[in-house]
Design a binder for this molecule. Structure first.
Ligand SMILES: [Zn+2]
Length: 415
């Protein structure tokens, strides 16, 4: 296949993805506008008119904003490919005289930085205009800058050694380098997830042990009743950045640490917090976490298999504006291709994820938390101004969780 044909195929998939994504977003926006006058029947008596109207305008703003930012970032990708910038940048990095591995890492960072700077105005507008207007943003500009610096430094610290080892495997590990590279990357990911709660998360947030009292006693009793190993219950200062709230577990294996956002503690009752935790324990008991991990490793293996197939094909590199094949080039090319060539698989992943959410809800309902779980979901839905009327096609394609109406209906049925 020559470079022209490869470009044409890429463009077809690229515009299919962009067109499909934009069409879904526009459908979703129209659905919100059509329903914004009246609280939907499923939520009559549960959601106040004022909250509903606020949620509708928040989701309209977010929806329109994401259409614009998606189109803009697509233009950046096309401009990078068709202007020959990738090839130019790659040549510049090679000309530094650095060892080829380091020149390759420099190139990958340069491309990431370009995307970072083009997305920066959108990120600023999202935080300091939209989220600010609806009272969600609690982040100061100085915290935003500190987060950005830490985030960039951290991704350099994590990615540079990984890339270095991958390049070395590509050079020296023979035909089966990609299997070795996969095993190494998977192990590296596991290692990072162990490190995350201990080293990485504390760089961005403060974690304080939940103070003694009735909530702590109730959580411990719940964990014991459901035979769930707990290694500490922590409160995270999520309110430093955003008013959105959440709860999660970290750690692999049988013993977990529970993390509650401080915003969750102020908005939910103790019973509702227990219901949220019972839902999370449901994910654990139904082995969802391991299944997700297995699925992501499978995808990683497939990605390395594809890298191995393609990393010496000159026409492919020419199609993306490179003048020569390179290790760093193939990673950038694949990251440009990953969206357009896999977008039709998205509903497969989201529907599995939604099935897991139903299972976890059912688990919590059967553990006796049906009423509290419904209360918690409704409270969080209202607090986070969740879209109560997504277009079915949009939620089918994008949503990792069933819609609020679907979840409440299923919880009532399970109880
Ligand atoms: Zn869940």
């Amino acid at each position: 296949m020559n470079a022209e044909t490869i470009r044409l195929i890429y463009l077809i998939f690229f515009f299919l993805e962009l067109g499909w994504g934009t069409a879904l977003s526009l459908l979703n926006i129209r659905r919100i506008r059509k329903n914004r006058e009246k609280v939907p029947d499923a939520f009559a008596g549960l959601v106040e008119e004022q909250t509903y109207a606020r949620a509708a305008s928040y989701n309209l703003e977010r929806g329109r904003f994401s259409v614009i930012s998606d189109i803009f970032s697509s233009l950046v990708v096309l401009a990078l490919i068709f202007s020959g910038t990738l090839g130019l940048l790659d040549a510049l990095c090679r000309d530094t005289g650095l060892h080829p591995y380091f020149a390759g890492i420099l190139f990958i960072f340069a491309v990431s930085l370009i995307f970072y700077f083009f997305s920066l105005p959108f990120s600023l507008y999202s935080h300091f205009a939209i989220e600010q207007r609806y009272g969600f943003n609690k982040m100061t500009p100085s915290l935003f800058v500190r987060d950005a610096v830490k985030g960039l430094a951290l991704s350099g610290l994590v990615c540079a050694p990984l890339l270095l080892v991958l390049f070395w495997f590509m050079d020296t590990a023979g035909n089966l380098w990609w299997i070795i590279a996969f095993a190494f990357t998977a192990a590296f990911q596991l290692f990072l997830s162990l490190l995350y709660p201990l080293v990485i998360a504390p760089l961005f947030n403060k974690f304080t042990p939940l103070e003694e009292g009735s909530l702590k006693e109730k959580i411990s009793a719940l964990a014991e009743k459901l035979s769930f190993g707990v290694n500490g219950i922590f409160v995270m200062d999520g309110s430093r950045r955003s008013h959105h709230s959440n709860a999660y577990f970290t750690g692999l294996g049988r013993v977990k640490r529970i993390v509650l956002f401080d915003t969750l503690l102020t908005s939910l009752s103790e019973g509702e917090i227990l219901a949220v935790l019972a839902h999370e324990i449901g994910h654990e008991k139904k082995k969802h976490i391991y299944r997700r991990l297995a699925a992501s490793f499978l995808m990683l293996l497939a990605a390395f298999f594809i890298v191995n197939l393609l990393y010496r094909r000159e026409p492919l590199f020419a199609a993306f504006g490179f003048s020569a094949v390179s290790y760093q080039g193939i990673f950038v090319i694949l990251s440009f291709c990953s969206g357009p060539f896999t977008f039709f698989l998205t509903p497969l992943f989201t529907s599995v994820s939604r099935r897991h959410e139903y299972e976890a809800d059912r688990y919590a309902a059967r553990a006796g938390f049906a009423r509290e779980l419904e209360g918690a979901l409704l409270r969080l839905g209202k607090d986070n101004l969740t879209n109560l009327t997504p277009h079915p096609l949009y939620s089918f394609y994008h949503y990792s969780h069933p819609t609020l109406a679907e979840r409440i209906a299923a919880i009532r049925k399970a109880a």
